[in-house]
Structure formats: structure tokens, C-alpha cells
Design a protein around this ligand. Structure first.
Ligand code: AMP
Ligand code: MN
Ligand code: MN
Ligand code: MN
Length: 282
């Protein structure tokens, strides 16, 4: 490739294997169609789409990096850790992910019960109709059902009224600890990356503790440019990356052509002076 041509890298997105609406092959085709050169599919807590993603990506000339987005509980809130360059067949990681997925089913029943008290009927069965993978029921599937059934106008309204952390339909997941998630990623030979740090409601001192703890436990990367960040946050987290010596990642967090604010391959370049995470993997 001409070194003057910027690489188009997208290392965070979802398929029907978790809470996206396109199959792994369709996501791969959309990424390639939008000019992505280096791509990773990072479904929540599930690697079932990795073989298809790699096969289609490589057939379309993209460089593929196997990925995962692991749900973690840290300081009483959910934190997402992306693992890049993992071996999808690693047994230790898969045993851990299996435990998280099992808990998702009972959590979904509990969420459905809470939603019932607000007059939202049959939410478990409703959400299940939107989930291609019944073992990976997420709040996104509930939100799609609640909008389609006419209880709310938009998915944002569903989260604001019922499903966001602290709202009355929210049920915290029984996720991995940070130590477990980093252990699984390490065992699978991957690099751990803090996903969309700008989305968490941690205090300033909690963020500092998180970055220090993550680094001490072997975490190496942080998402700087993501569909979840504002332009100001690109610069804020670029500063964090330089300060802590983190590798910088970028990814759209694409879920759906209708829902996602950022399409695959449409991200601006990383701010200057950062070490791109993909250079440590490829
Ligand atoms: P869960 O893993 O079941 O807790 O669901 C988390 C998923 O819900 C995230 O990965 C997003 O896809 C989606 N989500 C969370 N907050 C919002 C929001 N405010 N608007 C739309 N989707 C959201
Ligand atoms: Mn999601
Ligand atoms: Mn996430
Ligand atoms: Mn995501």
C-alpha cells in the first residue's frame, strides 16, 4: 500500500451474534465497501462470529484481527473491555464467556419482570424475537422490541426511561471482574483495550484508579476514536493514552445502519503522537 494513503481501521463493531442487526458476513461486506483495510468484529461476550468474519474479510482483501467485547463489573458499574488479536478457540476464555452468557438469560427474565410492572407485556419473548442468538439477550434487543411494540418512540427513549444504569427496568449483569477479563484475554494471546472510556459515569478519581489498575493488571490499550466519543473526547483520551503509555484503538461500535451514529470505516484518523494498537498485533 502507498504509505501516503491512510489505513482505514475499524476495530469495534457488532453482528447478529450479539446485538447487531447484520450477520458477520454482512458486516464484513459493509466494512470492505466503506474502505476498511484492517477490521475486527467484537461481539459482546461471544466469539461465534469470528470464523465467518475472518473468512469473508480475507476474501474481500481486508486484514482481519479476531476480537471480543467483554462485559465487566468494576466499581459497581459496567465496563467494556475489548480483546484484540485473541485466539477465538481459547478454552479458558470460552469457559468464562460461557458463564457470562448463562447469566444473561436469568437477567433477561428479571428485566422482563420489571418492565411488566410498567405495563410492558411479554418483554422476554418480545426481546427474544429480535435476538438471533438466544444466549446473548441484551438490552438492545429489549429496546428494539419496546419501540416496535409502540411503548416508546425511539431506542434512546427506552434507555432514558427504563434501561439505562439506574433506571427502573435496569438489572445489573453478573459480569466478569476486571482481573478475570484481562486473564482470559491474556490466556487467548490478545491485547486488552478499554472500550469507549467517555461513556462511563466514573468519578475523576475512579478513572485514575481504573487506568492505573488496568495497566498494573496487564491492560495495554484504550479506545480514543470511537462512535461513542465527541471530538473533544478524542483529544481527552489521546491525552490519557500518552500519559499512561496506552496503545490507541479506534472503532465505530457499529450495530445497525438505522441505529448507529457512526458507520463502519467512517472514523477520523487517530490524533498524532499515539501508538496504534494494530501495529502491536500485526
Ligand atoms: P447489555 O450488554 O445487555 O447491558 O446491553 C448493552 C448494550 O446496550 C450496549 O452495547 C449498546 O449496544 C446498548 N446501549 C446501551 N446504552 C444505550 C443507549 N443509551 N442507546 C442505545 N443503545 C444503548
Ligand atoms: Mn451493544
Ligand atoms: Mn460497549
Ligand atoms: Mn460495542
Amino acid at each position: 500500500m502507498d504509505s501516503k494513503v491512510r489505513l482505514n481501521v475499524d476495530l469495534h463493531c457488532h453482528s447478529t451474534v450479539s446485538d447487531g442487526v447484520l450477520s458477520p458476513a454482512e458486516v464484513a461486506r459493509r466494512a470492505a465497501g466503506n474502505g476498511v483495510n484492517i477490521w475486527s468484529l467484537t461481539d459482546h461476550d461471544e466469539v461465534g462470529g469470528q470464523a465467518e468474519a475472518r473468512q469473508v474479510a480475507e476474501s474481500l482483501g481486508m486484514t482481519y484481527i479476531p476480537g471480543i467485547e467483554i462485559s465487566v463489573t468494576w466499581a459497581e458499574h459496567t465496563l467494556h473491555i475489548v480483546g484484540l488479536g485473541i485466539d477465538p478457540d481459547n478454552e479458558e476464555m470460552n469457559a468464562g464467556l460461557d458463564r457470562i452468557r448463562t447469566d444473561r438469560v436469568s437477567r433477561a427474565h428479571e428485566m422482563s419482570g420489571k418492565l411488566e410492572t410498567f405495563g410492558i407485556k411479554d418483554a422476554f419473548q418480545g426481546a427474544l424475537r429480535y435476538a438471533d442468538n438466544p444466549n446473548l439477550l441484551s438490552r438492545t434487543h429489549f429496546a428494539r422490541y419496546i419501540v416496535e411494540a409502540g411503548y416508546c418512540k425511539t431506542m434512546q427513549e427506552v434507555f432514558d426511561k427504563y434501561l439505562a444504569d439506574g433506571k427502573p427496568g435496569y438489572v445489573a449483569g453478573d459480569w466478569a471482574s476486571l482481573e478475570e477479563a484481562l486473564g482470559w484475554i491474556k490466556s487467548a494471546g490478545g491485547i486488552a483495550v478499554i472500550a469507549h472510556p467517555g461513556r462511563y459515569k466514573y468519578s475523576r478519581s475512579e478513572f485514575i484508579t481504573l487506568f492505573k489498575t488496568f495497566k498494573l493488571m496487564g491492560g495495554r490499550g484504550i479506545e480514543v476514536v470511537t462512535g461513542s466519543h465527541t471530538v473533544d473526547q478524542y483529544h481527552q483520551y489521546a491525552h490519557v493514552a500518552r500519559q499512561y503509555g496506552f496503545l490507541a484503538s479506534c472503532g465505530s461500535d457499529f450495530h445497525s445502519p438505522q441505529e448507529s451514529p457512526m458507520d463502519l470505516g467512517k472514523l477520523p484518523p487517530l490524533p498524532s503522537g499515539l501508538q496504534p494498537v494494530w501495529e502491536a498485533i500485526l
